[in-house]
Design a protein around this ligand. Structure first.
Ligand SMILES: Nc1ncnc2c1ncn2[C@@H]1O[C@H](COP(=O)(O)OP(=O)(O)OP(=O)(O)O)[C@@H](O)[C@H]1O
Ligand SMILES: CC(C)(CO)[C@@H](O)C(=O)NCCC(=O)O
Ligand SMILES: [K+]
Length: 243
């Protein structure tokens, strides 16, 4: 049994896996991450290893001081990945994007893949059917958009994400919801349509904290899986340890 930990930009996601089966998932705040993780470890006595990847504020040394008695395996850019990395600046590519690409290749062989991760940022990652990682796009996520409208204007309120009633917002509140949520939906549909135009045999995976909220609003049929990064981390670990 392994405990897989995704240290994100704003929060930490952890999942207990038995082989490829996810037994338990926890969303953990940075404030009390040690206590929360220790609780999970205590509840699953068969956990033998921690597998961690971090784009956030925690490093390997933080997990060693956790004193869990467990081995800690950090997935980094030096780990083995099942794709050719054609990114022009591979040393600055986010480890989360590499893990998503890795999961897409391992789960969907011989397909053109587009992975969309709607979290703090929205990332788009393209891996072609020959397993070439080509890159993609980075844009602000839903919460970031609401926060920047509030933080960088004098009058706009800070709102929580909510389904807009219409494209045409008839109040300040509705205009903001339409701008953020319809804006993100149009953006995602635009990316999907432009890749579908150029390639066939495509699989599109939507993940991240906003995946489920967005999936029901998108017209394109896509595969929404909020656990895709955690599953991909588990698979990337196995891929690194299978020889
Ligand atoms: N409990 C929560 N706290 C903050 N954001 C949440 C929460 N639940 C859902 N969300 C939504 O999910 C998004 C953040 O997604 P996610 O949890 O994937 O971000 P993250 O922890 O920064 O991870 P990553 O760095 O991988 O994007 C926000 O835009 C927000 O709308
Ligand atoms: C884009 C984020 C912040 C998304 O979590 C992360 O993947 C990252 O820090 N990336 C580095 C830049 C890049 O991927 O090119
Ligand atoms: K993200």
């Amino acid at each position: 049994m392994i405990l897989v930990i995704d240290v994100g930009n704003t929060q930490i996601k952890a999942a207990v896996f038995e082989q490829n089966t996810l037994l338990k998932k926890e969303i953990i705040a940075y404030e009390d991450w040690q206590i929360s993780l220790k609780k999970v470890i205590k509840n699953f006595s068969e956990i033998s290893i921690l597998v961690v990847a971090s784009v956030g504020k925690l490093e390997k040394s933080d997990f060693l001081t956790l004193d869990s008695g467990l081995n800690v395996y950090f997935i980094t850019k030096e780990s083995k990945f099942p794709f050719n990395n054609l990114y022009a600046s591979p040393s600055t590519l986010g480890i989360d994007r590499m893990i998503l690409a890795s999961g897409a290749v391992l789960q969907f062989p011989k397909k053109n893949r587009l992975v969309i991760d709607a979290g703090t940022c929205i990332t788009y990652d393209f891996i072609d059917s020959n397993d070439n990682y080509l890159g993609g796009a980075i844009s602000p996520g839903i919460r970031l958009r609401y926060e920047s409208l509030h933080n960088y204007t004098a009058k706009l309120p800070l709102l929580k994400k909510e389904k807009p009633i219409d494209i045409v917002g008839n109040s300040t509140t509705q205009s903001i919801h339409s701008g953020v949520i319809n804006g993100v939906s149009f953006e995602i549909e635009g990316f999907i349509n432009s890749v579908l135009d150029k390639n066939d045999n495509f699989i599109i995976i939507l993940t991240g904290g906003d995946a489920v909220f967005l999936a029901e609003r998108l017209k394109n049929t896509i595969f929404a899986n909020p656990n895709f990064l955690l599953e991909s981390l588990n698979q990337t670990f196995q891929y690194n340890n299978n020889d």
